[in-house]
Design a protein around this ligand. Structure first.
Ligand SMILES: Cc1cc2nc3c(=O)[nH]c(=O)nc-3n(C[C@H](O)[C@H](O)[C@H](O)COP(=O)(O)O)c2cc1C
Length: 306
């Protein structure tokens, strides 16, 4: 295996960050790895690559429709025919219906050899503010996990490569498909605070579904919002109101590297003594510990894991 193409959609940057971690790990192992951000510049030819990675953020226990349709398009054109493909998703919680988010994607990949379905825990950038300790823990685990994934793909190891998808989680995921039209409807209620707005139009340029336009000096939000939150999250003036979700809006990027190196922040936030709702994260970290322990020799010395 010589090359990997990581095809990614990322609203607020987490999935892109996971893709960058994977790219760096593959590169350290001497494998060419490129990232194709489907909302960015440039076009890549999957035929040129030995392995394809597909990365997306989980939205309401599903693959974002925007990304699913993109992959379906690639599959229909035969661009993924016979390819070895792995999935990597990011989500804020370790709850089991998130696992089923890849079900529809896998169906679209029926002409491919699926070699893994991996799940990164990354903090919500919007809606909830995660405690620094948990953010640090998620980030450090994501770094180790990316090394494990890269090693798995290289060696062909599929033990632990697939998150379990139960019938019940598929059912929950199916019910939550309502989020698609829900996002479209919520999107028309987005508003720009003209007192804060500097008219930089970054939101117009960045919107992956071209749902924001400016006419007669006014912003118009169409009926095609994916609820990726990119407009609000990256607005330099924090001027975008996100409809019914606005009361919960907590914009602001996490400074992952700063947290990682800040000794005052305890990165062992979730541990055996954790009580209450945070405890649901324990099983995720314990599973990764189990998966990582036999592979320590494969984890790159260069990757600076804590
Ligand atoms: C509209 C929306 C729906 C989400 N739904 C879920 C969900 O069902 N389960 C979950 O664990 N996280 C959910 N999240 C959190 C994201 O999956 C998580 O923050 C992800 O890492 C974001 O990736 P990105 O920064 O690449 O967009 C949701 C986030 C948004 C914006």
């Amino acid at each position: 295996m010589k090359s990997v193409l990581l095809i990614v959609f990322s609203g607020t940057g987490n999935t892109l960050l996971a893709a960058e971690m994977l790219r760096d790990r593959f590169t350290e192992f001497g494998i060419r790895a490129d990232i194709w951000d489907i909302t960015g510049e440039g076009q890549f030819d999957p035929a040129e690559y030995d392995v394809i990675g597909l990365g997306y953020p989980v939205y309401a226990f599903n693959t974002p429709l925007f990304f699913l349709n993109f992959v379906k398009g690639l599959a229909l054109q035969g661009n993924l025919q016979g390819k070895r493909v792995f999935i990597f998703k990011t989500s804020g919680e370790p709850s089991f219906p998130n696992n089923a988010s890849s079900f529809s994607l896998m169906k679209a990949l029926k002409n491919c050899e699926i070699i893994g379905d991996y799940h990164f825990l990354m903090p919500y950038n919007i809606i909830f503010r995660f405690p620094d300790g948990l953010v640090k823990q998620m980030y450090c685990y994501a770094q180790k996990y990316s090394a494990l994934i890269a090693a798995n793909i290289m060696t062909g190891n599929t033990a632990g490569a697939f998150v379990p998808i139960s019938l019940f989680s598929r059912f929950i995921s199916f019910i939550f498909k309502i989020q698609g039209p829900g996002a479209n409807i919520n999107g028309i209620f987005y508003r720009v605070n003209r007192r804060k707005c500097t008219l930089c139009k970054r939101c117009v340029r960045d919107c992956p579904s071209k749902n924001i336009r400016m006419a007669n000096n006014r912003f118009h939000f169409g009926f095609n919002c994916q609820m990726c939150m990119r407009c609000s999250f990256f607005c330099p003036a924090d001027a975008i109101n996100i409809g019914i979700l606005n009361p919960w809006r907590v914009n602001g990027a996490f400074r992952f590297e700063e947290l990682k190196h800040n000794a005052a922040v305890d990165g062992n936030f979730i541990n055996g003594k954790t009580k209450g709702p945070w405890r649901m994260y324990l099983a995720y970290f314990e599973r990764l510990d189990r998966e990582l322990s036999p592979h320590t020799s494969l984890l790159s010395p260069k990757s600076n894991h804590p």
